[in-house]
Design a protein around this ligand. Structure first.
Ligand SMILES: Nc1ncnc2c1ncn2[C@@H]1O[C@H](COP(=O)(O)OP(=O)(O)O)[C@@H](O)[C@H]1O
Ligand SMILES: [Mg+2]
Length: 146
């Protein structure tokens, strides 16, 4: 079962990035898979987790529905990460209509779907027997449940 933990406040310099780094490292040590999603245009979390931030697809592309979230995930040492960069700072101007508060939830729909598929395949005996099955490999890779 996946858990979503959000560390949010608009105020800067209060320890959000530090907290997420510590959480990711601790959960990783406890054997959990972690996907960190950097929602700060400064990209400090992406950088500190060791993500590539030059010329890469980011959460900005995901929210704009130009990229699938699953294709923007980078594997780093303590957690996987969907990085962010300065482009994200324009998102509030791009989306001013109603329901904009659901953009991130919608954008991460495929990540959630892959989790549901994962728990179905691995808790029942119906797992595909083909070890090279692209679908199953992707599901294994993106299985963020423990
Ligand atoms: N618990 C703490 N005690 C002391 N300093 C801290 C603590 N947490 C974070 N810091 C320091 O505070 C500064 C801001 O932290 P940061 O995580 O970047 O904040 P934010 O992401 O909210 O902007 C950094 O220099 C960081 O090392
Ligand atoms: Mg920060």
């Amino acid at each position: 079962m996946a858990r979503i933990i959000s560390v949010i406040t608009q105020k800067g310099g209060v320890g959000k990035t530090t907290t997420v780094n510590a959480l990711a490292a601790t959960l990783n040590k406890l054997g959990r898979r972690v996907l960190a999603i950097d929602m700060d245009p400064q990209g400090n979390l992406s950088f500190s987790l060791g993500a590539e931030t030059e010329d890469v697809r980011t959460i900005y592309d995901v929210i704009r529905k130009e990229m699938n979230a699953l294709d923007c995930i980078q594997r780093c040492n303590t957690s996987d990460v969907i990085p962010s960069d300065i482009l994200l700072s324009s998102i509030e101007l791009d989306y001013t209509g109603k329901n904009r508060e659901f953009l991130l939830r919608e954008a991460l729909g495929d990540v959630k779907k892959s989790l549901r598929l994962h728990s179905h395949r691995f808790t029942s005996e119906s797992r595909c027997s083909d070890s090279k099955c692209a679908c199953c490999q992707q599901i294994r890779y993106y299985a963020y449940a423990s």
